[in-house]
Design a protein around this ligand. Structure first.
Ligand code: APR
Ligand code: ZN
Ligand code: ZN
Length: 368
């Protein structure tokens, strides 16, 4: 089958013919319909998430149709529509037992190693083993994923829209609902309004936030943020953006979300919240990079917390988000700035590096 392979950082990714083994027990073979291109793919492709994460089939946000299931799989059957999740909880480890499925230990370990839950890969190329990008590897015609990584969704939802659920939507919505628990009337600041940040804006609006200040250095992103419900726009490319947010929110927002993954934007978010407020870091800060805030300000009850995968549970959250989209409360199409095919992935990564456009959707099989 055709798949987009990262050979080594700094070299363009490209489509190759690769082999995919059949699903083993507790695995699912999915015919990929569409996939979203995320900034984390750029981080992987640029070698910013650790050494040795290649050769790898990229792609961790996608949807498709189940083609076959391994032994022991009962929650989906061939023909079912699924959204893919790169955090398939094992259900048995300490984190899973504590109700923190997003921190599942074997899922985290194998996601980092580029293997499925049994520690091995189903992907090969001329006898060489390829890694499964974040256990999803969906920039490919087909993929084998852990059972819990294939989440059944209603077939009424177009798969091109469903493709966004498993990373940007679940991450953005989870940060607002599961982590910050934004309430009606709260003020919110969102730093970074790309594919993920726009979902934070949309979720804050649905939560009833009274003001949503969108901060970005791209004017086009700010327009998209306004369409998703931002009440105020701050261009971060000049002036003191944090001061502008404080002015718009009577001294600082209740919640700030950092959705870029840089120390300077974490600091911006910190400076934009009021005493007692909280910063939620959604962005992925590269390995080895430190983040700093003025320590004295912890005296003002401010807090800084992280989140992974919206701190939720994909099996529970993805179907709920799919229902929101079907009910017309979540506009998935509006964040898609470009559509392409597998050959267009490198170009889409380039756009993200340059800060151009929002989400690119890779239509892998136009027939689905
Ligand atoms: N100040 C304000 N905005 C910025 C800055 C800055 N210094 N630098 C970048 N941005 C904006 C970009 O203009 C863009 O709109 O941040 C946004 C980032 O969006 P994308 O590149 O589309 O990235 P996305 O896929 O949304 O991911 C955002 O979440 O999952 C993680 O790894 C991912 O860290 C990344 C973050
Ligand atoms: Zn992602
Ligand atoms: Zn677990």
């Amino acid at each position: 089958m055709r798949a987009v392979v990262l050979r080594e950082p700094g070299r363009p990714v490209g489509v190759e013919e690769v082999e995919l083994d059949p699903p083993r027990a507790h695995e699912v073979l999915v015919h990929v319909a569409a996939a979203g291109v995320c900034h984390s793919d750029v981080r992987l492709a640029d070698g910013e998430l650790g050494e040795g994460r290649w050769p790898m089939v990229l792609g961790h946000e996608g949807a498709g149709v189940v083609e076959a299931v391994g032994d022991g799989v009962t929650h989906v059957a061939p023909g079912d529509h699924v959204a893919l999740s790169f955090v398939p909880p094992c259900g048995a480890c300490r984190s899973c037992r504590a109700g923190r499925a997003n921190l599942c230990e074997p899922a985290g370990r194998n996601g980092f190693a580029g293997t499925l839950m049994d520690g091995t890969s189903r992907l090969h190329s001329d006898g060489e083993t390829l890694q499964h990008g974040l256990m999803t590897a969906c920039f490919a015609e087909r993929t084998v994923v852990a059972a819990a990584g294939a989440v059944k969704i209603p077939r009424e939802l177009p798969l091109r829209q469903a493709a966004l659920l498993g990373c940007s939507v679940v991450t953005g919505f989870g940060a607002v609902r599961n982590v910050a628990t934004v309430a009606a009337g709260d003020s919110v600041c969102v730093v970074g309004c790309g594919g993920v940040g726009l979902q934070v804006v949309a979720a804050a609006r649905l939560a009833g936030a009274a003001s949503i200040v969108a901060v970005d250095r791209g004017a086009d992103k700010l327009v998209l943020a306004r369409e998703r419900g931002a009440t105020n726009l701050v261009d971060a490319s000049h002036g003191d953006a944090a001061a502008a947010v404080r002015e718009l929110t009577e001294g600082g927002a209740d919640h700030a979300f950092e959705v870029v993954g840089r120390p300077d934007t974490v600091r911006l978010a910190w400076d934009a919240v009021r005493p007692g407020g909280q910063v939620v870091v959604v962005g992925l800060v590269p390995r080895g990079v430190d983040v700093a805030v003025p320590g004295i300000e912890f005296l003002s009850d401010k807090s800084l917390r992280g989140t992974y995968y919206g701190s939720g549970d994909a099996g529970r959250d993805l179907p709920e988000l799919a229902e929101l989209a079907l009910a017309g409360k979540l506009d998935l199409e509006g964040v898609v700035s470009h559509t392409t095919d597998l050959d267009g992935v490198e170009e889409a990564l380039g756009r993200l590096r340059r800060g151009e456009g929002a989400r690119t959707v890779v239509v892998v099989d136009p027939a689905l």
